[in-house]
Design a protein around this ligand. Structure first.
Ligand code: FE2
Ligand code: FE2
Length: 290
């Protein structure tokens, strides 16, 4: 089912699924658990990969770049897919030379949603767990990794130094542009995150793909789940409105399920499919525009 899609264009990560490992194991390790790899070990090649990834991300995610990607993708004219087609499409990201990672993207979605279900949350929350990373299909539309995954941040105003690897912003053209390098930049105080252009990636994209079908807390979870500077570091409050501050509760509620839901025994998709079939039918149309 999967086709090899490993590193076609000299990108920092060998495979996109490495990203989950980096985020959980290195960037945001589970409290009270030993880090899988020492983030500060200069001999650790994985660390250099993350650095290189963020170097490219922070240099290239400019206000103009984001506006261009919004214009390109947000009309949602790429293709219409059922959820199953989207998941299958996403799974072509898996390199079939490695048997352990087959269906890895589906497993991340399923382990996230099943952890939410185990905790007894409402069905829309479970659905959100399942959907939250489907925006990574951007990779299959030819987008570079640094424009698909990674922590997100507002563009068009000064970068917070609480964004991971802030030193790389010095090479972002916006840092030297007087329109974009002030505290508010092109925005107004308290204008609300809905008026803020976020660095381009799977979060913002999937928000537009799914927003008409999900309740508001779910929309926030999808749209801001990689906005760590906000939901973990409390930065950018001056751009938020009251609604954002209320919805932050839900974004934070979602985050541990995204990061720490891996289980030793993989959920069996065939057993779970009837439940998810019903769930998709309740909230989603048969085909969704991507
Ligand atoms: Fe994500
Ligand atoms: Fe995720």
């Amino acid at each position: 089912m999967s086709t090899t899609q490993s590193n076609p264009t000299n990108q920092p990560l060998d495979h996109l699924h490495d990203w989950e490992e980096f985020v959980e194991g290195q960037l945001y390790p589970e409290p009270n658990k030993k880090q899988k790899k020492d983030y500060r070990n200069y001999d650790n090649p994985a660390r250099d990969t993350v650095r290189e990834f963020y170097r490219l991300n922070h240099i290239n995610q400019t206000y103009d770049f984001v506006r261009q990607k919004e214009a390109e993708f947000l009309p949602l004219r790429k293709r219409e897919m059922t959820i199953y087609e989207a998941v299958e499409f996403l799974n072509t990201l898996v390199d079939d030379s490695d048997p352990d990672t087959d269906l890895d993207q589906l497993q991340h979605l399923l382990q996230t949603s099943e952890a939410i279900r185990r905790d007894g949350h409402e069905d829309w929350f479970v659905l959100t767990g399942f959907l939250h990373d489907l925006g990574k299909v951007l990779c299959l539309f030819g987008e570079p990794q640094w424009a698909v995954v990674g922590d997100t941040f507002p563009v068009g105003c000064r970068h917070s130094d609480k964004v991971v690897y802030p030193e790389f912003f010095s090479d972002n053209a916006d840092s030297k542009d007087a329109r974009y390098n002030t505290r508010l930049g092109v925005y107004e105080e308290g204008c609300g995150l809905k008026n803020i252009h976020m660095s381009w990636g799977h979060d913002e994209y999937l928000y537009f793909v799914t927003k008409d079908y999900l309740p508001e807390p779910a929309q926030y979870m999808v749209r801001y789940h990689s906005f760590y500077a906000w939901h973990r570091e409390n930065e950018y409050d001056h751009l938020c409105d009251q609604r954002d501050r209320e919805m932050l509760y839900w974004v934070r509620k979602f985050n541990p399920y995204d990061l720490y839901s891996k289980v030793p025994v993989k959920p069996n998709w065939n057993d779970l499919k009837p439940y998810y079939d019903k769930l998709f039918a309740k909230y989603l149309p048969a085909k969704i525009a991507f």
